[in-house]
Design a binder for this molecule. Structure first.
Ligand SMILES: NC(=O)c1ccc[n+]([C@@H]2O[C@H](COP(=O)([O-])OP(=O)(O)OC[C@H]3O[C@@H](n4cnc5c(N)ncnc54)[C@H](OP(=O)(O)O)[C@@H]3O)[C@@H](O)[C@H]2O)c1
Length: 337
């Protein structure tokens, strides 16, 4: 497995297993299969509900002496209901408990905006008109200072950001003692994030691509959970350029997309519950895309129009001062179609 060195000095494997949108029992099987196939990097979050099954499976592997904790790279995230300085350590402790670990390799602020949450269930609170209750004076810099303290306490090896925009990243970098090691953002062939990737290179921040395959299936989740859907949900795996390259290199469309991002120096965290696809997604190092083919894939970029996750399914989030994708909105606050 290829790795990159983070600005914290730690190594991060360039492919990890994504675990969003899965039942706990399915995740145990997926993590088991992934570890058997050689994955050593797993991505989770407080609000995915997958920390417990991940922790359980890893604990078994460690007690069976099949693996050592230091061989693994585990990422989890501070939820948007805990996005304030006084909540950082509390939520990190809860994640560590669920994972049955005494540290995580990477802790990310999941989103720059913040909601008020139910103190028992930690679900975001919603108003009568179903808008989310915004905690609208959250200060991302103060939250970051608390993240830094968790590194000093040894509870996390590296810290980073997710879903932050260029201006927010600059603000954090200007006032940080410990710079973000990683930025995790939506990134795939239709949303290549060239400007953000360049900014991260300048700051020595490694970019991780979430939804690197275009998150097939996310739209049905948006509809069932939030009664929200995207028009023309993209099918990147089915794009003729991707399919032709798959044929040319005798690989699958998924492998072409993952290899493309890895060749750009970007870490990928594809999610799969299917044992064959779990294996397939890590098997991308026996071929290399030539420059012309890299260019053909670069040409698929649709910029902002390629974005799937604008988080507008959190009704009212666009009114939060730290909502990161204001470019998605018309002047009167509606989503650009
Ligand atoms: N920071 C954030 O805000 C954020 C947001 C979204 C996601 N994430 C993280 O990023 C991970 C990946 O993103 P994602 O789950 O949205 O999308 P994704 O990895 O792009 O796509 C996952 C979907 O693709 C299918 N799939 C997997 N491998 C495939 C292959 N080789 N060929 C065809 N289909 C394949 C999976 O179905 P099967 O299971 O049936 O294979 C699953 O439905 C998440 O799981 C999560 O860990 C982070």
């Amino acid at each position: 497995m290829k790795s990159v060195t983070l600005n914290s000095g730690h190594q991060m494997p360039m492919i990890g297993l994504g675990t969003w949108r899965a039942q706990p029992e399915d995740i145990e099987k997926a993590v088991e299969a992934a570890l058997n196939d050689g994955y050593r990097h797993i991505d989770t979050a407080f609000n995915y509900n997958t920390e417990e099954p991940i922790g359980k499976t890893i604990k078994n592997w460690i007690s069976d002496e099949k693996i050592k904790r230091e061989d693994l790279f585990i990422t989890t995230k501070l939820p948007n209901v805990g996005n304030r300085p006084e909540d950082v350590e509390k939520f990190l402790e809860m994640s560590l408990k669920r994972l049955q670990m005494n540290y995580v390799d990477l802790y990310l602020i999941h989103m720059p905006f913040s909601f008020w949450g139910d103190p028992e269930t930690f679900a975001p609170l919603v108003n009568e008109d179903s808008t989310f209750q915004l905690h609208d004076d959250n200060d991302i810099v103060s939250t970051w200072r608390e993240m830094e303290k968790q590194v000093e306490k040894g509870k996390v090896k590296s810290i980073g950001l997710s879903n932050f925009n260029i201006e927010q990243i600059e603000r954090i970098c200007r006032s940080s003692k410990i710079k973000p090691a990683v930025l995790q953002i939506e990134l795939h062939a239709y949303l290549q994030q060239k400007e953000l990737v360049e900014q991260c290179k300048r700051h020595d921040i490694i970019v991780t691509a979430y939804s690197p395959l275009g998150s097939p299936g996310a739209n049905s989740h948006f509809i069932s959970k939030y009664n929200y859907s995207l028009n023309n949900f993209p099918d990147i795996l089915g794009h003729p350029t991707v399919r032709n390259l798959a044929q040319k290199y005798a690989k699958t469309p998924g492998q072409i997309l993952l290899r493309y991002s890895n060749q750009r120096g970007i870490v990928v965290i594809p999610k799969s519950l299917n044992p064959n696809r779990i294996k397939e997604n890590i098997d991308i190092y026996d071929f290399e895309l030539i420059e012309d083919d890299m260019q053909a894939l670069a040409n698929l970029d649709k910029g902002e129009e390629g974005r799937i996750f604008d988080f507008l399914f959190f009704k009212g989030v666009e009114k939060h001062p730290e909502y990161p994708f204001k470019q998605r909105l018309t002047e009167d606050g509606k989503r650009l179609s």
